[in-house]
Design a protein around this ligand. Structure first.
Ligand code: IMP
Length: 171
């Protein structure tokens, strides 16, 4: 495996996003909605740099088997908070094809929140095709498969503390 993004770079990017959210959401009590499983590490670092009132909830979806998208999103569990009239911020680990975030975004939209924004640590911008903006992006990355800092390969390697490119010889 080759390190793609060091923990120092991740830390400063998470800081930058937190500062923007602190500024953009002062007095708006946003609800952070973390998309499990991959985003829990990003969420946990991010929220500890947030200095305004926030709330947190989780949804769990999955779409990947091995290295390929199954092109089907399964909701494993849903929110426990009502989001009507709330300012919500969806927290993602990575946006690849955009299928997952598109499905989640449209699902939340029909629940009539006051606003929706999206924060993702990693964005494979060259592949995704979205008709809404991603508001907070940690890093635009190439299309290769990455692991660590919450991101898995077949449920493993989430515990690495920086982000690595998975090479063929690692499989
Ligand atoms: P999308 O629906 O194609 O945007 O894929 C989103 C989901 O696929 C993410 O939340 C991850 O769970 C998974 N995924 C996409 N690319 C990678 C990667 O490079 N490493 C690990 N998981 C990935």
């Amino acid at each position: 495996m080759i390190e793609l993004i060091s923990k120092e770079k991740i830390d400063s990017s998470v800081n930058r996003i937190a500062n923007q959210i602190n500024f953009d959401y002062e007095d708006r009590n946003p609800l952070f909605i973390s998309v499990l499983s991959g985003s829990f590490v990003f969420l946990s670092d991010l929220i500890r740099k947030i200095n305004i009132d926030i709330e947190i909830d989780f949804i769990k979806v999955n779409s990947y088997k091995n290295l390929k998208s199954t092109e089907k999103i399964n909701f494993k569990f849903d929110l426990s908070t009502k989001i009507k009239n709330r300012n919500i911020i969806i927290i993602e680990d990575i946006i690849d094809t955009g299928l997952t975030i598109n499905t989640i975004y449209n699902y939340f939209l029909q629940l009539k929140p006051k606003s929706i924004s999206i924060a993702t640590l990693l964005f494979k911008k060259d592949r995704s095709n979205l008709n809404f903006d991603i508001d907070y992006v940690g890093f635009n990355i190439p299309l290769d498969f990455v692991v660590g800092y919450g991101l898995d390969y077949n449920q493993k390697l989430r515990n690495l503390d920086s982000i690595f490119l998975l090479e063929n010889k690692d499989l």
